[in-house]
Design a protein around this ligand. Structure first.
Ligand SMILES: [Fe+2]
Ligand SMILES: [Fe+2]
Length: 408
């Protein structure tokens, strides 16, 4: 449905479309990258024509948006699958169950420390997966039976935090790994509190209570006892409830004195907490993002919040959305600069008036229309439980994933 045309440089701004290839100077310098929208180029680089002419470039390839036929449209809609890789759900399931086993065995020092060590090594695998997968929100999981919510929270925070870290610091694999593992273990200290007789709901109510506030310190101590020596990971777990303005705990750190990994985990944590709200208040990903923006103002590193928003894209390609005028369509592409005004392939009119050609609306150009809501959710997907090996022997997972040095 899109065709590529060679456009004379002097006519560039008369066209609509997207650059279909990198434009290089004769010496190989990148002048304009592939995928650039000509509309945005017009305002961002009004000197683009002069620039290209200076380098003696005469023609450039432009991918034109052409009206699609009804058949093409139907084929597109029926064959659509989001162009996004998912994390292997088995990996998140194994990690969540293993985390659940630590919670269960928190009173048994030997079992819990062994559990921490084996989970630590799987956390490294998770970090490699995060670096491989560009889009992580579709990989968030939730417990199909809702028994392991606290464990899945750890996995999901690790996914989001590792993802933010890989966007901000793509050249620091060690840092991405530490943030991912820190995210995995950030609330491990809660295991002591949860097993002390409080229910998860009470813990939520006690969010600001002194007992709950000890969990970052308990978590840090637990990891230290289990032999985790990474100062980064220990400090990320300790400081994940510090707040930019100094109102957090346990140390009341402010701004950039909060370790950057802890700041990342804090944003991932609030994002997943909003997303995971149950019952009436349960939110979809897009609503979670709105709440995230509202609740993070002044409390979190805005640079990190922005990185999360930009990486998710409020309405990633493939989302089905309803517009303010009642029509609905599929999001074709999102622009990093303007996340809430993507290009949309409209679906309305197709069923009733078959002769009507499907239409593409660019919300950046057509400002009278906006997105009212996303019809599909790109949030958590239910993850079925692991089949237990032997009755009541959840710690069998530890044996399976025990580090080779400790195998009998
Ligand atoms: Fe926490
Ligand atoms: Fe948390």
């Amino acid at each position: 449905m899109n065709s590529i045309e060679m456009i004379a440089v002097e006519r560039l701004f008369e066209e609509e479309g997207i650059l279909a290839g990198d434009i290089l100077s004769p010496t190989g310098v990148l002048l304009l990258p592939s995928g650039l929208d000509i509309g945005s180029l017009r305002s961002a680089r009004p000197d683009a024509i002069e620039l290209l002419q200076k380098h003696r470039i005469e023609k450039i390839p432009v991918k034109k948006h052409e009206p699609v036929t009804v058949e093409e449209f139907q084929r597109l809609v029926s064959s659509f699958t989001p162009p996004i890789a998912r994390l292997n759900p088995l990996l998140s399931r194994v990690i969540a169950h293993q985390m659940g086993a630590i919670f269960t065995n928190i009173g048994n020092r030997e079992l819990r420390e062994e559990g921490v060590r084996s989970l630590f090594s799987i956390g490294g695998t998770l970090a490699s997966e995060i670096r491989r997968i560009p889009q992580i929100t579709l990989s968030l999981g939730e417990d199909a039976e809702r028994k392991l919510d606290a464990a899945f929270h750890g996995v999901n925070v690790a996914l989001v935090a590792g993802h933010i870290a890989s966007r901000l610091f793509p050249l620091w694999p060690e840092f991405i790994r530490s943030v991912t593992i820190g995210g995995l273990f950030h609330d491990i200290g809660k295991a002591f509190i949860l097993t002390s007789g409080y229910s998860a709901d009470i813990i939520k109510m006690l969010r600001n209570d002194r007992i709950t506030q000890t969990h970052p310190l308990l978590g840090e101590a637990l990891l230290r006892d289990a032999g985790i020596r990474s100062q980064d990971i220990l400090s990320f777990v300790r400081s994940h409830h510090e707040v930019w303005d100094g109102s957090g705990y346990p140390d009341g750190l402010t701004g950039e004195s909060i370790p950057v990994g802890a700041r990342i985990i804090a944003v991932a944590n609030v994002f997943h907490n909003v997303l995971a709200e149950k019952g009436e208040g349960k939110k979809r990903s897009d609503q979670a993002i709105s709440s995230l923006i509202a609740s993070t103002l002044g409390r979190f590193d805005h640079f990190i919040v922005r990185a999360l928003l930009a990486s998710i894209g409020l309405y990633p390609p493939g989302s089905v959305v309803e517009l303010s005028d009642g029509r609905s369509g599929v999001v074709l592409e999102t622009r990093e600069r303007n996340l809430i005004r993507p290009r949309i392939l409209l679906m309305t009119g197709l069923r009733r008036q078959r002769e009507l050609a499907p239409e593409i609306v660019d919300l950046r150009v057509n400002t009278s229309v906006s997105i009212r809501r996303a019809i599909d959710d790109f949030g958590a997907m239910p993850v079925p439980p692991l089949v237990a090996v032997g009755e009541g022997r959840t710690n069998v997972l530890f044996r399976k994933y025990r580090s080779p040095a400790r195998l009998e």
